[in-house]
Design a binder for this molecule. Structure first.
Ligand SMILES: [Zn+2]
Length: 324
């Protein structure tokens, strides 16, 4: 049996005693135990929270470092992209310049949707076509000359003084000045030691129905039937035949009919399309279509120059026939 607990409270004047019963003692003991338990539990939770906070702080620092590294990488990437973009713009501008030179109109140039291989193939084909045209059809001067002493067309003949149609141009130059073929062709006529009419002369037969004549020569440098390339020597300037001074009588004929040589003499790559207007009576589209057909065997060579996914010539030929 547990006896009641006596508690004495003493003051200066008196002292009082309280009797604590046993059940009250148990209640106080229980409260004290619960309080101790709660304090311990809170301490544990606080410790865990501090550990979690430390861990989060560490992870936060790591994330911050990662973000800094990513930003630096992003900056480097943007710098590289800027550099690549500048190079791409430079290349694109140059390609557009070449496309314009090659005769691809503004409408034909679509830089973004058309792959560069395709655009390069188009430019190559255009340039090939123009080179072929300027090789097969007479163009440029047959000789270095001082002046044009007589134009194509109606004139008074220098010997008979009668009005007649002058079928070529007369180019004044010294005797012995070399004369060159104005296009690839075969020697249809090589007449030497002849002193009447055209005198010593060479006639070249070219593709597409063209002929050129070189008359009043001092001497000829080619033989009948021989193939000559554009720019190859055909003879020397002279004064043979019905001529009053050393000069070259130069003719351009289409299907046997003499036409004014002047537009052909000034025709070159830089003003390539001009002649289609000045000599608008000729079927230029037909010539270009024919030469496009002749260029087909060159496709494998072009493929070697522009590897991978190159647009075949058969597909780019469609626009070439629209431009003159
Ligand atoms: Zn003449």
């Amino acid at each position: 049996m547990i006896h009641p607990l006596l508690v004495t409270i003493t003051t200066r004047q008196s002292a009082r005693q309280f009797k604590l019963r046993s059940w009250l003692l148990w209640v106080l003991l229980g409260c004290w135990m619960i309080t101790i338990g709660l304090v311990y539990s809170y301490q544990q939770q606080l410790q865990q929270a501090q550990q979690a906070l430390t861990l989060s702080q560490h992870e936060f620092d790591q994330s911050l470092n990662s973000i800094r590294e990513l930003r630096e990488a992003e900056q480097q990437l943007f710098t590289q992209l800027d550099s690549q973009y500048d190079r791409w713009r430079h290349f694109d501008n140059r390609l557009q310049g070449v496309e314009v030179l090659a005769g691809l109109s503004e409408v034909d140039i679509t830089p973004i949707p058309t792959p560069y291989q395709g655009r390069l193939a188009q430019v190559q084909h255009k340039i090939q076509l123009r080179q072929q045209m300027l090789t097969k059809i007479p163009n440029g001067n047959p000789m270095e000359y001082r002046r044009v002493s007589s134009q194509f067309g109606s004139r008074k003949h220098p010997i008979s003084f009668k009005r007649h149609r002058h079928t070529g141009v007369d180019l004044r130059a010294d005797k012995g000045q070399p004369i060159y073929a104005t296009a690839d062709g075969y020697v249809q006529q090589a007449r030497d030691n002849y002193d009447r009419g055209y005198g010593n002369m060479v006639t070249l037969s070219h593709q597409m129905g063209f002929d050129t004549r070189y008359a009043h020569m001092n001497s000829v440098a080619v033989k009948y039937g021989q193939f000559v390339r554009k720019g190859e020597l055909v003879g020397y300037c002279g004064n043979s035949g019905d001529s009053t001074a050393s000069h070259l009588h130069y003719e351009v004929r289409f299907l046997g009919n003499a036409i004014d040589p002047k537009p052909f003499m000034s025709w070159n790559l830089a003003n390539y399309e001009q002649i289609f207007e000045t000599v608008g009576t000729l079927p230029w589209d037909s010539f270009q279509a024919e030469l496009t057909q002749q260029l087909q065997p060159l496709e494998p060579q072009l493929s070697q120059q522009v590897p991978s996914s190159m647009v075949p010539l058969s597909s780019v030929a469609t626009f070439t026939s629209t431009g003159k």
